[in-house]
Design a protein around this ligand. Structure first.
Ligand code: 4NP
Length: 165
């Protein structure tokens, strides 16, 4: 049997941006009939919120768009994650720098910015919404939804997967 492709989304707290990406991308994977081919997870570079559910503002925006994030819990990213994931996807350049510092030399997968897969290309990073207002959470959702579609198309092309939607 062919090995699953594994995707890990990473932000700072793992309660706003990366859980949004986790929930949205996972839903797109399921809708495409690819749940048996692609695994999805998320983690944070900071340890303040380990074990916590996503931020209420994040959960609320996602729910109004039809995505349930209530099953997700925050965890810390570790160097061992590079052994388990093919795509380690950072929300911003600070996350990417932290990940590059823990990347083992043996890692052969993708390590880069999520918005590299955006089709709209309005921004290169997903802005941290934590200390801002509701508009920031709406912006995060829209950026994530667009880049999720782009990432799924990329993985399907790279790995010869056919999405059935
Ligand atoms: P996230 O947002 O990285 O998108 O989950 C943040 C959540 C919490 C904090 C910072 C950013 N914090 O400083 O606690």
């Amino acid at each position: 049997m062919k090995k699953k492709t594994a995707v890990l989304f990473v932000c700072l707290g793992n309660i706003c941006r990366s859980p949004t990406a986790h929930g949205v991308f996972e839903t797109l994977v399921h809708r495409a009939g690819l749940a048996s081919a692609i695994d999805v997870d998320s983690a944070g570079t900071g340890d303040w919120h380990i074990g916590h559910a996503p931020d209420k503002r994040t959960t609320q925006v996602a729910l109004t768009k039809g995505y349930d994030l209530s099953h997700l819990r925050a965890r810390l990213v570790t160097p061992a994650d590079f052994d388990s994931y093919d795509y380690v996807v950072a929300m911003d350049r600070a996350n990417l720098r932290d990940l590059e510092a823990m990347r083992p030399a043996s890692f052969q997968g993708f390590l880069g910015l999520f918005l590299d897969f955006s089709t709209q290309r309005t921004l290169s990073e997903v802005p941290d919404p934590y200390y801002g207002g509701d508009a920031g959470f709406e912006q995060v959702f829209n950026l994530v939804e667009d880049a999720s579609a782009g990432l799924l198309a990329h993985i399907c092309q790279q790995h010869g997967l056919v999405a059935c939607h």
